[in-house]
Design a protein around this ligand. Structure first.
Ligand code: SF4
Length: 336
């Protein structure tokens, strides 16, 4: 039966039928293997948001790369039906930078845990922010090392008992927002929670469209090891400070009714962003800082003109000649 016959069967004109592009990609086109995260793990929500972004932007799967280090969050690339690189602990960022540098046409995403980013990967984190290459960086922060079974990470709250701090964590937790906002060339810094899917998606979408490195700290529930760590935020919506702005997030009417601790914050104001990030009493949600004019490393280092094949050959030959042995010159000097 033709489409015309089928539609007339239901009394519809064939002109009313929604024309679906044959190449249109659905969520299933971005779904990789079945996730092995624990039931209720917040990583699942982050995965759904990333898949939804790819679907909504209709990104060709072969043009996307998800890069990770080691940890629960680092299993992310396995669950995406795109290219991916599950690498070394703390080394997701330099790997992603390498991919982006050689293949600027690819959409490169990074998924790191708090241990991965703020402990072994700290130096890479600082220098990646400074380089400001176009990447979407999602830092899944569950305040613990989950994969290695309940060890204190740099963001573990002070006093929390873990396998490595049986008497409670000694130090005050590191604040990834103040650190990132203090790094030269920071151009996009946001914080969101994975249990508010609309906000999570909105922030990831804005990060994707940002012209530079977008760093998102995502507070992520780990029901296995830190089931209570965000319970105060879940039971008392007033503890979340919603940063609203026309250049940041906008709450729906329903969300605005529920989350009444709100503030207008212009994401171009770095000084104010730092003040908000430093405050201990409330947890800011939204885009703290955004600056599209920070130069990107790949822009700064791009050659003005591509060398021709002849110029490349000459450069290559000159490089080889530096290490070649000139027999005639050595003979004239009496060395042979
Ligand atoms: Fe998720 Fe925690 Fe389980 Fe890891 S240990 S998969 S972070 S719930």
């Amino acid at each position: 039966m033709t489409i015309k016959e089928k539609t007339s069967l239901f009394g519809l004109s064939s002109q009313c039928v929604l024309k679906v592009d044959d190449d249109y990609k659905t969520l299933e086109d971005y779904q990789g293997r079945i996730s092995r995260w624990c039931p209720g793990c917040g990583d699942n929500g982050i995965l759904t948001a990333a898949q939804r972004l790819c679907r909504d932007e209709q990104l060709p799967p072969e043009k996307c790369v998800f890069v990770s280090g080691i940890g629960c969050a680092a299993r992310f690339p396995h669950y995406m039906n795109t290219y991916g690189f599950h690498g070394l602990h703390g080394r997701a960022l330099p790997t992603a930078q390498g991919v982006k540098f050689r293949r600027p046409d690819l959409h490169v995403f990074v998924n790191m845990g708090d241990g991965d980013c703020c402990s072994i990967g700290t130096a890479h984190w600082i220098h990646a922010i400074r380089s400001n290459m176009k990447l979407v960086v999602m830092m899944h922060d569950n305040n613990i090392y989950g994969l290695t079974k309940n060890q204190a990470s740099p963001t573990t709250p002070i006093g929390r008992k873990t396998n490595t701090t049986p008497r409670g964590a000694w130090l005050k937790a590191l604040n990834p927002l103040t650190v990132t906002l203090g790094i030269t060339n920071a151009s996009f810094v946001a914080q969101v929670v994975e249990w508010l899917p609309e906000l999570l998606y909105d922030v990831i979408r804005q990060a994707f469209h940002h012209n530079g490195l977008a760093f998102i700290r995502i507070l992520q529930r780990c029901p296995h090891f830190t089931p209570d760590v965000f319970s105060n935020l879940l039971s008392d919506p007033k503890k979340l400070l919603m940063l609203e702005h026309e250049n940041g997030i906008k709450l729906s009417d329903t969300m605005a009714k529920l989350y009444q601790t709100r503030q207008q914050h212009d994401p171009s104001n770095l000084h104010r962003a730092r003040e908000i990030a430093e405050a201990d009493d409330l947890v800011p949600i939204g885009i703290l800082y955004k600056n599209e004019s920070v130069p990107r490393y790949e822009q700064l280092t791009k050659p003005k003109q591509k060398p021709t094949w002849e110029q490349r050959e000459t450069l290559l030959n000159n490089a080889f000649d530096r290490f070649g042995i000139n027999i005639d010159a050595r003979a004239a000097a009496g060395n042979i």
